[in-house]
Design a protein around this ligand. Structure first.
Ligand SMILES: [Zn+2]
Ligand SMILES: [Zn+2]
Length: 226
């Protein structure tokens, strides 16, 4: 199953419109796809961003068989604000909540990973960098998915993330974090990301056949409950 629940459009810092990104994902034979544009702590714009992405995704969903989701990536929110912002973004229409984690390639407030895995409304902790064992264990308990990133720079810590995730028994998702068409995933790219992080082919199968459908079910379950 080819699933990608973290990507960007011109609503934040992507280069293509949502419509163009969705068309590109369709061409790549995705099974499920989410646009999760940046909501930024300094702008406090998570509600507006959630609403804007959602209305465009709802429009495009009527024209495609690809399973589409609207989301936001909470970026540079103070850890103390993450849980509340996630809930408010969900109320404003976000179906997938991603938190911009403590990657090794840019500065992110310490404590962000920890706050994200403890927030009920967060689905994915993106590019968690030097993830701690404690946060991975918490992610497992709360069914928060930890990301192996296909994006340049963010992917630097994938080997570490995989080691910690494996020890903790947490669930992982591979995301493109694409900001342009070329950044999107393919079956081969997912294999390169997972195996390049040091995982076995058996783990790759688990990512495709267990974790990918698992997070879609989790997201859909929430939608039914809303
Ligand atoms: Zn990010
Ligand atoms: Zn991103």
């Amino acid at each position: 199953m080819l699933v990608d629940l973290h990507s960007h459009s011109t609503l934040s810092d992507g280069t293509l419109t949502i419509e163009a990104m969705v068309a590109a994902a369709e061409q790549r034979r995705y099974d499920a796809y989410a646009i999760t544009d940046h909501a930024r702590g300094g702008l406090n714009n998570h509600r507006d961003m959630a609403g804007a992405v959602r209305s465009e995704i709802d429009r495009l969903s009527r024209e495609t068989r690809l399973q589409l989701f609207a989301g936001v990536e909470l970026t540079d929110y103070h850890p103390d604000r993450i849980a509340r912002a996630a809930r408010d973004a969900r109320d404003a229409g976000a179906q997938v909540i991603v938190v911009h984690g403590e990657c090794v390639s840019m500065k992110v407030e310490p404590g962000t990973n920890s706050a994200a895995v403890r927030s009920t409304d967060v689905d994915i902790l993106a590019h968690p960098g030097l993830l701690s064992e404690e946060d991975a264990a918490e992610a497992r308990r709360r069914d928060v998915y930890l990301e192996l990133s296909a994006r340049q720079g963010h992917c630097l810590a994938n080997g570490h993330v995989y080691q910690i995730v494996r020890q903790a028994g947490a669930r992982v998702v591979v995301d493109s974090d694409a900001h342009e068409e070329e950044g999107l995933l393919s079956t081969e790219k997912v294999a390169a990301v997972v195996c390049g992080a040091g995982a076995s082919l058996l783990f790759l199968t688990r990512v495709r056949e267990q974790y990918a459908p698992g997070i879609i079910q989790k997201v859909l379950r929430r939608l039914v409950l809303v």
